[in-house]
Structures are given as C-alpha cells and as structure tokens.
Design a protein around this ligand. Structure first.
Ligand code: DQA
Length: 146
C-alpha cells in the first residue's frame, strides 16, 4: 500500500517563504513528519516536489503502470492555472486529497478557484502543515478499508 504526496511549485522554499501564509516548517520537515506517520501505519509513502508542470505530469502518468492507492497533492500556484494537471489526475483515476497550507478563500480572489477541487475526495485549506497529516490520516483509513 502506497501513498504519493505531490508538492507543486515554490513549495521547496517553505520555511523561508511568507511564513505568515505558509508557516515556518520546511518541506523537508513536512515530508519527514509524513514519512514517520506512514511508517507507523505500515504504509509506504513517496514524496515529490517540482517547480515544473511537466515533471508533475510525468510523475502522474507513470502511475498508469505503477499505481499507488492514494495521492495527496498541493498543486500550489498550478491549482489556479493547470487544466493539464487536472486532466492527468482525471486520467489515472486515483483518489486524491487537495491540500493547501493557507486558506485560499481568505486570500486574493484569483486563489479562490481551483481546477482540482471538484475531482478531489476532499480539500483541506488553511490548516498549515497539519493539513498534510490530516490528509494522510484519511488516506490510511481509506486504504485499510479497501
Ligand atoms: C498554496 C496556495 C496557492 O494559492 C499558492 O500559489 C501556493 C501555495 C498553499 O499551500 O496555501 O503556492 O497552494
């Protein structure tokens, strides 16, 4: 049983980047917490960050041959722009949760629309790094019921 966690553009800068929106945890620390949580549940986890839309697409396409059970994705700025990533997730038909560190509805109006939310099992926005852990909790529960 495997969960894939995808982090979109600029999330490699977490910890340095606008801590009032995104908190002070680094991406490495978030990934570490996720790994710890997955390990204790006996679930394999892979994390992947890219600033390139195509790299994220290719990661998703590879799942057609080597599927995972669940995806947790923070598409970051691609949330608001990428029909291509939406279509890729739609094509592989793997259930996913959309996570945002900040509450996108409390920010600029261009962040209020997501190309992913209607396809997602659920959306967590505004709970900081804990949102990823909550999404993982759900994924573990979902996998163990399947
Ligand atoms: C984000 C919110 C997006 O609007 C923004 O472009 C990001 C991060 C979040 O986690 O709060 O890069 O997805």
């Amino acid at each position: 049983n495997t969960v894939l966690v995808l982090h979109g553009p600029n999330l490699n800068l977490l910890g340095l980047r606008e801590p009032t929106h995104y908190g002070s945890d680094t991406l490495e620390s978030i990934n570490h917490q996720l790994k710890h949580h997955a390990d204790s549940a006996g679930i394999a986890i892979e994390t992947f960050q890219s600033n390139h839309e195509a790299a994220l697409m290719e990661k998703i396409h590879a799942l057609a041959h080597a599927p995972v059970d669940f995806i947790i994705i923070n598409p970051a700025a691609f949330t608001h722009t990428s029909v291509a990533l939406r279509d890729a997730l739609s094509a592989v038909k793997i259930p996913f949760i959309e996570v945002h560190l900040s509450n996108i509805y409390a920010r600029e109006s261009f962040r209020h629309h997501s190309y992913f939310s209607d396809l997602a099992v659920g959306v967590i926005s505004g709970l900081g790094a804990r949102g990823y852990l909550m999404a993982l909790d759900y994924a573990i529960h979902h996998i163990s019921r399947a």
